[in-house]
Design a protein around this ligand. Structure first.
Ligand code: XLS
Ligand code: NI
Ligand code: NI
Length: 437
């Protein structure tokens, strides 16, 4: 069989002492952590759009990525040729899942009919490769942001015909995802927002967005798709403001439009920071609503104000993420999808491997550290202690909504002025550092 990465062996676990950059130092897929294999905790996925389609251009410069397997055309043939390259990449990286947009994997063509036929052809090929390799689809999605027709929105376009085009694309992307046994389907509303409120009917646009989601819920049911539907929050870029701006906004939107039973959130680290939040904040908000579904694993750059989608290599970050995933009992339909791209300077194919190895090792360490912190128990105990006054008769009564304002007034007048204890932030930060080695 032809190899597209002849100089790259299958990446294997070689332990923390290994000096070979093409080995895992920490990711040991079958190693059990807390009774569960690392690969089942982490459920790594690669993003087709970054691995296969990202030429690494930036707003100031053209693409740099070397892709010797790609003829640069938009032909169906070229699209089909990319598939074995991608599956070789997945195999060599030991990544079990992948994610794609309809337009990453198959060309748009001149008409919708051609686009759908292309997607159907490519889906067949993807299915054959999945079957031969055992790789799985974490989620699929429709690209409703790249084509010029979506410049003013897809579901939120002022044009009803654009809405219909978006709906058509969603139908086929959903069916392709279903055919491939996808564990989920994502809506990321890159253009679902506005550039200026002067020309925007915000209420109407949001209702249209909700309607597209309702249509997708209905269609998923009709075709028997049992995968999880997700919304991926992001505050801006490309729009000035996106309706799915952060976890809280998405949850409110889902509640308002009666969709919360059908959707979970796919949270991306760089989107959290663009929204002015930490990833752990976004995760806590989603988990509190029982709605954390999946993670787009990347990071931003504190010195750059856009979605740089860098590979996550920060052990603090991966520890924080894994702490929350472990506490909520693990990922089920979701995974850790590397929605991440190499820097423009890292243009050689081998950099794809270094990038993913780094992200996988960082999460493997985060997992082990988080597991150790939770087994140690002091962090959870400190949290429990901090709220212990609520674990009393009076606290429970308030939590059960069994106290009136008058009763609380009487209670308060019968006790001494409350004294606060220290929040111990620094002590707890030190505790985390004990484990980051
Ligand atoms: C872009 C988003 C996108 C989604 C899928 O910022 O992260 O890649 O994950 O449409
Ligand atoms: Ni993403
Ligand atoms: Ni992003």
């Amino acid at each position: 069989m032809k190899s597209y990465f002849p100089n790259v062996p299958r990446i294997e676990y070689a332990g923390p002492r290994s000096k070979d950059p093409l080995t895992f130092k920490h990711y040991n897929p079958s190693l059990k952590v807390g009774g569960k294999a690392m690969r089942d905790h982490l459920r790594f996925a690669a993003a087709y759009w970054h691995v296969m389609r990202n030429g690494l251009s930036d707003p100031f410069g053209s693409p740099t990525a070397l892709m010797p397997w790609d003829d640069g055309s938009d032909s169906l043939d070229n699209a089909l040729h990319r598939i074995p390259v991608f599956f070789e990449f997945l195999d060599k990286c030991q990544i079990d899942f992948y994610c794609f947009h309809d337009r990453d994997v198959s060309p748009e063509g001149d008409t919708l009919d051609v686009a759908h036929a292309n997607l159907a052809r490519v889906t067949k090929e993807l299915k054959a490769h999945q079957r031969a390799s055992g790789k799985k689809l974490l989620w699929g999605t429709a690209c409703l942001f790249a084509h010029p027709r979506f410049a003013q929105g897809a579901a939120t376009s002022p044009s009803v015909d654009v809405f219909a085009y978006a709906a058509s694309q969603v139908r086929h992307a959903l069916e392709a995802t279903h055919a491939l046994g996808g564990k989920g389907y994502v809506f990321w509303g890159g253009r679902e927002g506005y550039a200026t409120l002067l020309n925007t009917d915000l209420k109407r646009e949001q209702a249209h967005l909700a309607e597209l989601l309702h249509l997708a819920v209905k269609h998923a049911k009709q075709i028997g798709f049992k995968g999880q539907l997700y919304i991926e929050p992001k505050p801006r870029e490309p729009s000035t403001h996106q309706y799915d701006s952060d976890a809280a906004a998405c949850l409110n939107f889902l509640r308002e439009h009666d969709l919360l039973d059908h959707f979970k959130l796919n949270l991306e680290t760089n989107h959290a920071t663009l929204a002015g939040h930490s990833m752990e904040h976004e995760m806590e908000v989603a988990i509190a609503a029982g709605a954390l579904g999946s993670v787009d694993a990347n990071r931003g750059d504190t010195l750059l104000g856009w979605d740089t989608d860098q590979f996550p290599t920060d052990i603090y970050l991966t520890t924080q993420i894994m702490l929350r995933i472990l506490r909520m009992g693990g990922l089920t339909t979701g995974g850790l999808n590397f929605d991440a791209k190499r820097r423009r300077e890292s243009h050689e194919p081998i950099d794809l491997f270094y990038a993913h190895i780094g992200g996988m090792d960082a999460f493997a360490r985060g997992l082990q550290i988080a597991d150790a912190i939770l087994r140690d128990g002091r962090l959870d105990e400190a949290l429990r202690q901090r709220y212990r006054t609520w674990d009393t008769v009076i606290g429970r009564k308030i939590e059960k909504r069994k106290m009136s304002l008058v009763e609380l007034d009487e209670y308060a007048r019968g006790i001494r002025s409350p004294k606060l204890e220290s929040g111990r932030q620094e002590m707890l930060e030190n505790l985390i550092n004990e484990y980051i080695r």
